[in-house]
Design a protein around this ligand. Structure first.
Ligand SMILES: [Zn+2]
Length: 430
């Protein structure tokens, strides 16, 4: 059954003990310090001119130089400098309604207030009378075989989410799946010669019991182990995620994004764990899947908070002792656990981004060869000798990836704090 399904690593991460180790980061600090110095020159200029365009340039620089923790601040300044600037507002994921720029949530909240006052209820991208909605829900229940609370079409209509979770959770899930789908499409369009994604069905459950029940039904397999928060099966072509993980916060969104990459790989590129090496599948799923969410913006390199802490600890401690060739060879045959996800993610990150994207072209060429050419021999012929690559890979992890991952932890915490503050202010309003 190996290769028929993919287990998300998010929950494995919580099992790993997060230990912070003081690392000798002089090289990392030096290069990072010089990038920050250049960034500060840009922000001083932008601040002095109070110019949105210059703040956008600084934001762009922050992204490209992996100074992600400064990105949000730049956008904040940009929008203060010019609240009517369409480019800035679009980057903040806002839409023009009349003369106001609003987020999807704000637009929805306004609409919901109006409709609820008229006695209407929401279901399946549709406002109807309770009787109308009951009828629709009954039809869905029959179709999917369980009690549907919320059915949602994602904003562009690509993903349909059947869910027994809350409306808010379901809306976020739909949005992240679609954002991930598009990130994949943009990133790999030329590599895999992609067409636009076909529609995808996603199931979201608030309880493990329904998740197990529906998974067994669609996969004809027994229930998945307790730690598994999400799965996409290339046999049954459906993505299932549950939030019954004991982890608070929005880690289900990272799980969604990760599984979404497996769905896209299978449905668009024709690659899956059964015909391609594990490191290639899981490393890439983490890499693009974690192109992440800052107000639903997509930022490369971000890792979900829980997984990030454990992954940083693991890579800090273990990267030097990894035998890359051995790891890659083994991962062609065997499944791997949390450590394998960390090493693969870091390796894919290296191949796409290290040294001014030095390896990116060759790696894409290797990828475009397809499953029959995903061998070590082909890799070394096209991308380079592992023995040469290994020290550069370790240096990249130490000097660039780890500092970036630590920086995004702060960002993830900010996102979480903002969400928490919003929740608390809602509670006090009641
Ligand atoms: Zn996976």
């Amino acid at each position: 059954m190996a290769g028929k399904r993919c287990l998300s690593w998010i929950v494995f991460a919580t099992l790993a003990v997060a230990i912070f180790v003081c690392m000798d980061g002089r090289t990392a600090e030096d290069t990072r310090a010089s990038r920050i110095a250049e960034f500060e020159v840009k922000t001083k200029k932008a601040l002095k001119a109070n110019n949105a365009r210059l703040w956008l340039d600084a934001a762009d620089y922050a992204l490209k130089q992996q100074l992600w923790e400064f990105y949000g601040d730049c956008l904040k300044h940009a929008v203060e400098a010019d609240p009517k600037n369409a480019a800035v507002q679009t980057l903040l994921n806002k839409k023009l309604v009349g003369s106001e720029w609003l987020t999807d949530d704000e637009i929805f909240e306004r609409e919901a207030k109006q409709k609820t006052a008229q006695g209407l209820v929401y279901y399946a991208n549709y406002w109807g009378t309770p009787a109308q909605v009951d009828a629709l829900r009954a039809t869905d229940r029959k179709t999917v075989g369980w009690d549907v609370q919320v059915r949602l079409q994602s904003p562009r209509g690509y993903v349909t989410v059947y869910s027994n979770e809350s409306l808010e959770t379901t809306r976020r899930a739909a949005a992240i799946t679609e954002a991930t789908g598009y990130a994949y499409w943009e990133f790999y369009q030329t590599t895999f010669n992609l067409r636009l994604p076909p529609p995808l069905t996603v199931y979201l459950f608030k309880d493990k019991a329904t998740f197990d029940q529906i998974f067994s039904k669609v996969s004809k397999q027994g229930p998945l182990p307790n730690g598994v928060a999400g799965v996409y099966g290339n046999g049954f072509k459906i993505l299932l995620v549950h939030t019954d993980t004991g982890i608070t916060g929005d880690s289900y969104l990272s799980t969604m994004a990760h599984e979404m990459i497996h769905a896209m790989d299978d449905r668009l590129a024709g690659i899956f764990k059964g015909n391609s090496p594990n490191w290639l599948m899981e490393g890439r799923a983490e890499h693009i899947g974690t192109y992440a969410r800052w107000e639903r913006l997509v930022i490369p390199g971000y890792v979900g908070l829980e997984a990030n802490t454990a992954a940083v600890a693991f890579l800090t401690q273990e990267i030097e002792s990894i035998n890359l060739r051995q790891f890659l060879m083994a991962s062609e045959k065997q499944k791997f656990g949390f450590a394998g996800y960390c090493v693969s993610f870091a390796f894919v990150h290296f191949l796409f981004h290290a040294e001014n994207e030095k390896h990116a072209y060759a790696f894409r060429l290797f990828l475009s060869g397809g499953p029959n050419h995903y061998t070590m021999a082909d890799f070394e012929k096209i991308v380079g000798k592992i023995d040469t690559i290994e020290p550069a890979y370790k240096k990249y992890v130490h000097d660039f990836l780890l500092p970036g991952m630590i920086a995004t932890q702060k960002m993830a915490q900010d996102v979480r704090n903002t969400a928490q503050a919003k929740l608390e202010s809602k509670d006090t309003q009641k």
